[in-house]
Design a protein around this ligand. Structure first.
Ligand code: ADP
Ligand code: GLC
Length: 527
């Protein structure tokens, strides 16, 4: 009976073969939200009966975490010399040959393919070496991801599976659209439809003409309507110009990037393509981020047992060596410590913030100067602010559960996941009104408090004084236990699962297929 019902449901939906290409995938490789989304969106699409497979580089730390991993194919790439150019280490004999490993995404039936190559076989993060410096051959490393995606997309590999849609994410997958259009235009091969998701316009993959040549990219793409970008070329531009559909991770950010301030020099192109550009809000993995079942926190809790959140607060204070004060507002930050996140604005006003009755914990890594300034404050006021530098998945869960409010003063935020995790954990988000933060948090104004729709504190301007005002307001709200409880409950009742957003991706795929069929010829973009 159950099966008959399931079959009926699955028959109603379109069933696509989707190749999802990303440079990060939790739990194998994650530096930020891209890793989370690459995990949870494919799982949600699988639950909608889609045949989705993920393609990522086989970083050694990713392979180590994979269970029952096996080699399923070897691919000889059409490019000749790379990566033996420009003094980069030539990998004699096998420089154009990669292996494809296959495993399953933990807790699901989603197949993950990993590209094994010497280019990925190093420690560090997906992008940086152990001194926090970008690998100087990231263009080669990620071009390889694109080239392999194209071979699979065109059905030219032993993987024996040809997708209907190739879904690329961020600049690391930006060349796929351009290379597939090249198949279509110059080689008359029917290509799959292409979707490109922008998770962050600040990272564009910009490299020189010398590198363009070394990468053996089709020469005719070097023009400013296509890949060229102010005498260099840009990976992300390939995704934006050529993909059948482009989207970003919140409706507000989709609008913002069409303006100069947020478009990083590509706002003209983005508004030119606005009919093909949309915003789909990220969801969260409701199983992994569930305070009632989360194994990484000290004490599970739900709306009905809110009092138990307190045990997590004590655990966070203990972990960070802060005085165990039950009634002091405990603020927290978990983030990549970069300009985007506005941490510097908090730092500039730290003296005044710490005069308020608060404690602060920070977990993060990134900019060395920000790290050292944070360290200085915690040395000066060890009873008020404590930090942990580095990456710690499990501690990030405990912090979400244990703090009272989460500070997210981002200069821009394509979506943001931590404010969503905060809402789910009854932790009040303090956010700047931008991108996905504006789309997901409702300010504690009088009106919103009166009609019980408020879920956090939202401030408008990106400057220090507004952050102080926002934290002062949070501290006042915290003193009124009834209002605070209502804020927590309203947040916990929000529904930011992938359910609706995954359906929107299915529609986007359908549109991409339609567009691919409609426009046989790429129309040059006029900037
Ligand atoms: P972004 O992708 O811009 O970094 P998001 O809010 O979308 O921002 O997602 C950040 C993700 O990375 C969250 O899951 C967050 O918990 C995690 N994260 C960031 N820094 C750390 C860290 N130092 N340790 C553990 N998790 C982290
Ligand atoms: C990016 C953005 C972040 C978003 C994440 C996942 O890293 O900075 O706002 O939530 O991607 O889409």
């Amino acid at each position: 009976m159950m099966n008959a019902k399931k079959n009926k449901k699955s028959q109603k939906k379109p069933k696509y073969k989707i190749l999802f290409v990303s440079s990060e995938l939790h739990p194998f490789a994650k530096t930020g939200g891209l890793g989370d989304v690459s995990n949870s969106l494919p799982k949600a699409l699988k639950a909608l009966y889609q045949d989705i497979r993920i393609l990522i580089p086989a970083y050694p730390f990713a392979v180590k975490k994979a269970e029952s991993i096996k080699t399923i194919a070897t691919i000889d790439l059409p490019t000749k010399g790379f990566p033996g150019h420009l003094g980069l280490p030539a990998i004699e004999g096998k420089r154009n040959r990669v292996s494809i490993l296959e495993t399953l995404l933990p807790g699901s039936q989603v197949k993950v393919m990993m590209i094994e190559s010497e280019l990925y076989n190093r420690s560090g993060t997906p992008y940086f070496n152990s001194n926090n410096k970008e690998w100087d051959d990231n263009d080669f490393r990620f071009a390889l991801l694109n080239y392999v995606a194209v071979e699979i997309a065109m059905g030219r590999t032993e993987v024996n599976w040809k997708p209907d849609i190739v879904h690329g994410n961020d600049w690391q997958a930006g060349l796929i659209g351009a290379l597939l259009e090249d198949e279509h235009l110059n080689k008359k091969n029917l290509r799959p439809a292409t979707v490109f998701t922008i998770h962050n316009m600040a990272h564009m993959g910009v490299y020189s003409q010398e590198r363009f040549n070394a990468l053996e990219l089709p020469k005719h793409l070097w023009n400013h309507h296509e890949l060229e970008f102010h005498d260099d070329f840009s990976f992300i531009k390939g995704g934006l110009v050529f993909s059948d559909r482009v989207n970003t991770v919140s409706p507000s950010y989709a609008k913002e990037i069409q303006h100069e301030e947020f478009g990083y020099g590509l706002s003209g192109l983005l508004s030119y393509r606005s009919e093909r550009l949309s915003g789909i809000l990220n969801g969260i993995d409701m199983k992994e981020w569930n305070p009632a079942k989360d194994p990484m926190i000290k004490q599970n809790y739900s709306i009905k047992t809110l009092i138990d959140k307190q045990t997590n607060k004590t655990a966070v204070q203990k972990h960070f060596n802060l005085p165990k004060k039950k009634n002091t507002l405990l603020l927290g930050i978990v983030a990549r410590l970069v300009y985007q996140k506005g941490i510097d604005l908090v730092l500039e006003n730290m003296e005044e913030i710490l005069e308020l009755p608060v404690q602060i914990v920070v977990l993060g890594s990134g900019d060395l100067e920000l790290e050292s300034r944070l360290r200085q404050w915690s040395n000066k006021y060890p009873d008020k602010i404590q930090i942990q530098l580095g990456y710690d998945e499990s501690l990030s869960h405990l912090i979400e559960a244990g703090i009272d409010a989460f500070i997210m003063p981002s200069r821009f935020e394509p979506c943001g996941l931590n404010q969503l995790y905060s809402l789910r954990y009854g932790t009040i988000p303090i956010v700047r009104e931008t991108g996905g933060l504006a789309d997901t948090v409702v300010h504690a104004s009088k009106e919103h408090l009166n009609n019980n729709t408020a879920t956090g504190v939202v401030f408008h301007e990106s400057k220090g004084s507004t952050i102080i005002d926002a934290i002062t307001l949070t501290s006042l709200l915290y003193q009124n236990k009834d209002i605070w409880k209502q804020l927590m409950i309203s947040g916990m009742k929000q529904e930011y699962s992938w359910k609706e957003s995954a359906k929107k991706y299915l529609k986007l795929y359908a549109q991409a297929i339609k567009d691919r069929n409609k426009y046989t010829q790429h129309t040059p973009v006029i900037l």
